[in-house]
Ligand binder design. Structure first.
Ligand code: SF4
Length: 348
């Protein structure tokens, strides 16, 4: 009896605390609000992968920072780089409709949240997951697998859907009021929008669907990269996939063609010492980057032809393309514009 009384006293002193996985989207923001509403302390973790595509125009990570400020909670940002790419090349639970390895990806996020929960003495993890919202990772089976694999069973609260899920440990220990939790499920956004109104969130952030791995065109590019890579691709390789037109020139070589001035500048900034940069000599045209494991003159020439296809140069005459390597050695290639049918076959 005495021990129990002491325990009760200790619990009274300790404020319930949660670690939230915050994406910057509406669902995780609402999940945090619901916790704050119950007087629970919340610290947030934002996970960034090389495939976040939050096009807010203010730089990656801006939105989630603003959301954490609006919510008045501390935020820690964790970046998954090479280890994410390693997982992505061979996800244990496979891919979704694109190259999205949602179960393995969520498992990585849960592990990070668990680490933070343990380090900060938090009682549980909060996520904005909604049951049956996403086919691959937000069904009962997937949630169960992720929890089992990450040792978080009974530790993860999804406030939006909590009434459709078994109570977690903290609910059983009366640290959370279950009656204040949500019963949203499925893909409709009605429940979330009504909650947003309830919290007077005037400009609710869009659903954080900003993952390039669910995009079919981008998925094709990353798949091609994996199929032709010797090992884990570099972050530079992945960044290059995000802009320009891409052409598979050979087993060893890929060409990236800028589509506008902005992309031309980006391509130049991503140039590595083994690359070849191509530009038209006397005409306005794209900047092209040829990334290749081995120098192949026929590939450089073919790349010059593709460049001319997108340049303002005449299509029925030979023009000059300058090809520069990492030592600043430059050669001039006299060639004609490539034909559309030939180009189409190389397009990734
Ligand atoms: S959509 Fe992208 S970020 Fe979200 S769980 Fe799937 S792979 Fe991860």
């Amino acid at each position: 009896m005495g021990d129990e009384g002491q325990q009760e006293g200790l619990d009274k002193d300790k404020k319930t605390k949660a670690v939230a996985l915050l994406s910057g989207g509406l669902d995780s923001s609402l999940a945090v609000r619901m916790m704050l509403d119950q007087g629970i302390d919340v610290e947030a973790i934002a996970i960034k992968t090389p495939f976040c595509d939050f096009d807010c125009g203010k730089g990656c990570g801006h939105r989630v920072k603003q959301v954490s400020v609006d919510l008045g909670i501390p935020l820690k940002t964790v970046y998954f780089g090479a280890e994410y790419l390693k997982m992505l090349m061979k996800p244990k639970h496979g891919y979704g409709s694109g190259m999205n390895p949602c179960i393995d990806c969520r498992a990585m996020m849960y592990r990070e949240a668990k680490k933070h929960m343990e380090n900060t003495g938090a009682d549980f993890i909060v996520t904005g997951e909604v049951l049956f919202q996403r086919p691959m990772s937000q069904n009962r089976r997937a949630l169960h697998i992720i929890e089992e694999e990450t040792g978080t069973a009974g530790k993860v609260l999804r406030p939006l859907s909590a009434k459709h899920l078994p109570p977690i440990e903290a609910e059983k220990n009366n640290l959370i009021k279950r009656e204040m939790l949500g019963d949203i499920k499925g893909r409709s956004r009605k429940g979330q929008l009504s909650l947003a109104r309830h919290y007077s969130m005037e400009d609710p952030p869009n659903a954080a669907g900003g993952c390039l791995l669910t995009d079919p065109a981008f998925s094709k590019r990353i798949k091609d990269t994996f199929e032709h890579a010797d090992g884990i691709p570099s972050i530079n390789d992945v960044e290059l996939l995000k802009f320009g037109r891409h052409f598979r020139m050979s087993r060893d070589a890929k060409l990236i063609v800028g589509r506008n001035m902005d992309e031309n500048e980006k391509i130049k900034s991503m140039f590595l010492s083994g690359d070849i940069l191509l530009e038209a000599k006397n005409y306005v045209g794209p900047t092209c980057l040829l990334r290749s494991r081995a120098y192949d003159e026929s590939v450089v020439r073919a790349s010059a032809g593709i460049l001319l296809r997108y340049a303002d140069s005449p299509k029925d005459a030979k023009c000059i393309v300058m090809a520069t390597n990492g030592n600043n050695d430059m050669i001039e290639i006299h060639t004609e514009s490539a034909q559309d049918e030939a180009i189409a076959k190389l397009r990734i």
